[in-house]
Ligand binder design. Structure first.
Ligand SMILES: Nc1ncnc2c1ncn2[C@@H]1O[C@H](COP(=O)(O)OP(=O)(O)OP(=O)(O)O)[C@@H](O)[C@H]1O
Length: 292
């Protein structure tokens, strides 16, 4: 087993990679992904899940390599895999197992995770009260917590999570987000998500995929800087609503007489509208519009 290097960067380097699937190709020339939380964004079918599956070594590229802190899967597959925690979408779990048995099973697959670590993960994901429940009796949110918990077992350095917030209630989301933030100090965490606002406060980097290509990778600040359109908020009477194109409208709150709007545009749509700083999600809409 390769030695654990003190002060390891946990950097992921992807070189000259191609993965072809029927009429879709994921293609990456070169990218270095840094430690911390990277949210992987893009529209349906952009390749986010495929990208995470490749990094998780669940599928193999047709061409190119992924380097995990200096190691490739060609020479170090078992070690690299032991350093990966993966939450795919729609993960199937054995329905007859209890939550505890499932985590025991996953711990053993990961090389006998110590009981104290297993208990800590169960407590973090609020699984203690439901540990003796069979999987088939768990709610969607409970199942999601269980599936997310297994990704952190064995203290892996690379955590790959596909839509981890699905079915989680507000409290569990908050708890999960702060856990990810804590973990990200010493790990590389990639999260495929459509819920950009949720990650606003804790994401370090954004990776934007479109049509199987990386269009942007960088810090959240860079993502929100030098945008060609601005974000405006204001209120108008309902009868003026039809003067706005849907594609310019990010958010809308309707009362009986008025509409509260969040608009992307070069200039204020009405003098009363105020310019606000873009969120990660605003920047996504602006960038997506400019790509068309
Ligand atoms: N098992 C499969 N067989 C063939 N094509 C597939 C398969 N799974 C995904 N695809 C195709 O690969 C492309 C990328 O899909 P992928 O699931 O990676 O996108 P995504 O960005 O995760 O989308 P979403 O936001 O909808 O989850 C799509 O064109 C999709 O139709």
């Amino acid at each position: 087993m390769p030695p654990i290097i003190e002060g390891a960067s946990f950097m992921l380097v992807i070189q000259d990679l191609s993965y072809v699937r029927e009429d879709f190709e994921l293609s990456i020339d070169y990218i270095e992904i840094n430690k911390g939380i990277t949210i992987v964004v893009g529209s349906n079918g952009a390749g986010k899940s495929t990208f995470l599956q490749l990094l998780a070594t669940a599928i193999t590229p047709d061409k190119g390599i992924v380097v995990y802190d200096g190691l490739t899967i060609e020479d170090n597959l078992p070690f690299v895999r032991s350093e990966i925690g993966f939450l795919p979408t729609g993960m199937e779990i054995y329905e007859e197992m209890t939550a505890r048995k499932f985590l025991n099973y996953m711990s053993q697959l990961k090389g006998n995770v110590h009981k104290t670590e297993l208990d800590a993960v169960m407590s973090t994901f609020a699984l203690i009260e439901i540990k003796n429940k069979k999987v088939k009796k768990l709610s969607q949110g409970m199942k999601q917590r269980l599936c997310a918990a297994q990704a952190f077992l064995g203290n892996p350095s690379y955590i790959l999570l596909d839509e981890p917030l699905t079915s989680l209630d507000r409290m569990e989301r908050q708890r999960f987000l702060s856990y990810c933030k804590k973990q990200s100090r010493k790990k590389t965490i990639l999260i495929a998500t459509h819920e950009l606002n949720e990650w606003e406060a804790i994401a370090d980097h954004i990776l934007w995929l479109d049509g199987g290509n990386i269009i942007f990778y960088g810090s959240c600040d860079d993502w929100k800087t030098d945008l060609p359109l601005s974000v405006w908020v204001g209120t108008i009477p309902n009868e003026l609503l039809s003067s706005f194109q849907d594609e310019n409208m990010i958010a809308l709150k309707l009362t009986e007489q008025e509409a509260e709007l969040r608009i992307i545009a070069k200039c204020p749509p009405f003098p009363s509208f105020q310019k606000v700083s873009p969120t990660i999600e605003d920047a996504y809409f602006i960038r997506k519009r400019m790509l068309k």
